[in-house]
Design a protein around this ligand. Structure first.
Ligand SMILES: [Zn+2]
Length: 86
């Protein structure tokens, strides 16, 4: 993996949407950070593991976030990536 954007390319895989829907249904479409409902939410990874494609993640390692919280989460992931890159 070179950049975080390359990593997110994996979400384009056809395996991901089904997995995502399952996780969203289990979470009742509620953001796990701010607990808002009735806002657009999506499924993200709590951390990045190069060897694991997103749909193979354990559900405990996936997180449902609204777009606001996702921005914070992306910043966090990018900080982690910088740490690793040092
Ligand atoms: Zn939120």
């Amino acid at each position: 993996m070179e950049t975080i954007s390359e990593y997110f390319m994996q979400f384009n895989d056809e395996m991901w949407p089904q997995r995502k829907m399952d996780v969203l249904e289990e979470s009742f479409y509620q953001c796990e950070m701010c607990c808002k409902k009735n806002v657009p939410v999506d499924v993200y990874l709590r951390f990045i593991c190069d060897e694991t494609p997103p749909w193979m993640y354990h559900e405990d390692d996936l997180i449902v976030l609204c777009s606001d919280c996702h921005e914070d989460h992306i910043n966090y992931l990018m900080e982690c990536e910088e740490e690793v890159g040092k």
